[in-house]
Design a protein around this ligand. Structure first.
Ligand code: ADP
Length: 254
């Protein structure tokens, strides 16, 4: 059974721009999916719509058998860990506290206001930090860490949520190539060993080819490719990366 079912989801922003055309997709458990496409293709819009950060204009989303509605949102979101390009840590707080906030998804709202954590939360956070190789940084301020280390904290925070899927929105766009490889490797390892599905948006073809089980190619808000990396031919790659003005030029040439 698919973990996430996206049915005819579209997104039109308030300025009337249609960033995502009606799209139907399923995401399977334990699969490493890369959403590939140029800047502005709608990758972030798709990911943010799946976890409820954006309201879809049409369609419905089912997560682990439960339809995403304003009422079910909190429970469904707890199953979805999110990793961001800019890490979204609280820089003045230590690493441990940042990771602990991942546990709050399963809590009533007032405990999150008071930062009340249980012994079990600390055990989970320690496990998550160990999992990303940052146990020795637990009590350092988050903003003292390198970019790669901060992204590891972001991943540990997502893990502390005990999610079924991690959505990673351009997780390596702010990192150098070597660190990018390490972070992608870590996400793949987590996917395989913890049996957590990963859906990562990327604009780097080489990383998508190396790490993905499945690539979904987006162009101008539409899925133009959905298959394994080995099926992504150079012609197809051109379709994924085609720009609107190129379309226009091609039309003019005919
Ligand atoms: P990607 O993640 O592939 O770079 P995005 O999903 O961020 O693409 O954006 C897709 C398109 O939607 C872009 O043209 C972008 O300018 C537009 N867009 C994104 N957010 C908004 C918004 N809040 N209001 C209007 N347009 C937006």
């Amino acid at each position: 059974m698919p973990l996430i079912h996206i049915e005819q989801i579209s997104k039109r922003y308030s300025n009337n721009f249609l960033a995502l055309h009606p799209t139907t997709l399923t995401i399977d458990p334990c699969c490493f999916t890369v959403i590939l496409g140029p800047s502005g293709a709608g990758k972030s819009t798709l990911l943010r719509t799946i976890n409820g950060l954006e309201q879809p204009s049409t369609g419905k989303i089912t997560v682990d058998g439960r339809q995403l509605t304003p009422d079910s949102m909190q429970r469904s979101r707890a199953k979805i860990g999110m990793v961001f390009q800019q890490f979204n840590l609280v820089g003045r707080l230590n690493v441990m506290t940042n990771v602990l906030t991942g546990c709050l998804y399963h809590r009533p709202w007032y405990t999150s206001l008071l930062y009340l954590f249980t012994k079990k939360d600390y055990e989970l956070a320690h496990w998550a930090l160990d999992r990303v190789g940052l146990t020795d940084k637990a009590w350092e301020r988050a903003d003292q860490l390198s970019g790669g280390q901060q992204q590891r904290v972001g991943i540990a925070r997502a893990l502390a949520q005990r999610p079924k899927v991690i959505l990673a929105d351009e997780p390596v766009a702010s990192l150098d190539p070597v660190t990018s490889e390490e972070i992608m490797g870590l996400l793949l390892e987590i996917c395989r060993n913890e049996q957590i599905a990963v859906v990562a948006s990327l604009h780097q073809v080489n990383l998508a080819m190396r790490f993905a089980d499945r690539i979904i190619g987006l162009n101008q808000g539409q899925v133009v490719f959905d298959d394994t990396p080995s099926a992504l031919s150079s012609d197809m790659l051109q379709t994924v990366y085609q720009r609107e003005d190129e379309n226009f030029q091609m039309e003019m040439a005919h």
